[in-house]
Design a protein around this ligand. Structure first.
Ligand code: COI
Length: 356
């Protein structure tokens, strides 16, 4: 394994924020991890350096053609003060899946995990301890060679930054209102929907803006071909409890394979709750709603954790789910998942990864 050079900051930032008021993604720690890729040399020059701006040529390819991938994971402060990650090896495996689709050279997953642990250890004081808070970890790779022709880059940078966070949605664990998108699409099979790349999120902004104008938190995407099958909510995967069975859209190429999604499925199965990964049409969901069989709905994601859905608007039809309140299964899943993540429950699945 290559050596990681460490340059510690001589000017640590004051950690003068109120943990009760931590939002999402505005505060950054003292250090970051950086590594370069050069054609012919591979990934080299691994280093932990003071957090700060990076020099970027205005012709850097990422600025023009968006050759970029990213990940999102979290470090949690346990009650005993120790810090742990949640299934981080899955994030680096998914990073390589995204890399493959975007012609980005693969990274050494085990090395990246070691580098991340070192970085979190150095910035350990930034991991918040209040219930519901964590240290959000954002690894990303950008194409940096200055070149205006369209081709895969020869020089890329992998950077990992850290951000102490609270809840992603201001609603916290209160149910969100979601708008079913009819006009815009996020991704199609054969495209990049299954990857974590910035372009997928850029594609979602217009719809999100219009949903906000109508007082909805996010949009629910339908498939790009028939505009009928439920896909995901842009920043999270979705689950519906219909007549006792939990249904989530199958991963068929246009949906992100969420690690929280996979964990929810495993937890539900361990409880003996029937779970099905399949195509679910919006009209089927509405029919279930009308028949009184749509019992709960929630989103899952690293940032969003478990986010109950209290209302869905599909055209002129409004579905109010579980009286706009969090359902018992969503609550139990939230308690179990966060219980494991914050080290309050025994990790029978072996998902957590200690930092020290
Ligand atoms: C995450 O849940 O980690 C995400 O990456 C969603 C996001 C774009 C904040």
């Amino acid at each position: 394994m290559q050596e990681i050079k460490i340059e510690r900051t001589t000017a640590p930032k004051p950690r003068d924020y109120d943990e009760h008021k931590l939002g999402f993604g505005d505060i950054f720690t003292d250090h970051m991890f950086v590594m370069d890729y050069y054609e012919g040399k591979g990934w080299v020059d691994a280093r932990i350096v003071p957090y700060g701006p990076i020099p970027l040529d205005p012709a850097a390819m990422v600025l023009h053609y968006a050759q970029e991938v990213f990940e999102g994971m979290k470090a949690y402060r346990r009650a005993d003060g120790k810090i742990q990650l949640f299934r981080p090896e899955r994030n680096f495996a998914r990073l390589n899946l995204s890399n493959e689709r975007l012609c980005i050279p693969k990274v050494d997953e085990a090395f990246c995990l070691e580098a991340l642990k070192k970085l979190v250890e150095i910035d350990a004081d930034w991991v918040p301890s209040l219930e519901g808070t964590s240290l959000y970890i954002r690894p990303f790779i950008i194409a940096v060679d200055p070149h205006l022709g369209v081709r895969p880059a020869n020089h890329l940078m992998l950077i990992i930054i850290l951000s102490p966070v609270g809840a992603y949605y201001p609603e916290g664990l209160n149910p969100v209102k979601i708008y079913v998108e009819k006009n815009y699409v996020r991704a199609v099979k054969g495209g990049m929907g299954f990857t974590k790349t910035g372009g997928n999120y850029a594609a979602s902004l217009k719809a999100q803006d219009e949903a906000h104008d109508q007082n909805y938190t996010q949009v629910l995407w339908l498939d790009g071909v028939e505009r009928r099958y439920i896909e995901e909510v842009g920043t999270m995967n979705v689950f519906f409890k219909i007549d006792g069975e939990v249904v989530t859209p199958a991963l068929e190429g246009s949906i992100l394979g969420g690690i929280t999604r996979a964990s929810c499925i495993e937890i539900l199965k361990s409880w003996g709750v029937p779970v099905s990964e399949r195509r679910l049409a919006i009209d089927e969901l509405y029919a279930a709603y009308e028949a009184g069989k749509l019992e709960e709905a929630f989103g899952s994601g690293t940032a969003a954790v478990i986010s109950p859905i209290g209302e869905l608007k599909w055209g002129d039809k409004i579905m109010t789910i579980n009286n706009g309140e969090i359902g018992p299964l969503s609550q139990k899943l939230y308690d179990t998942l966060t219980g494991i993540q914050w080290g309050k429950l025994e990790d029978t699945f072996h998902w957590t990864c200690p930092i020290d």
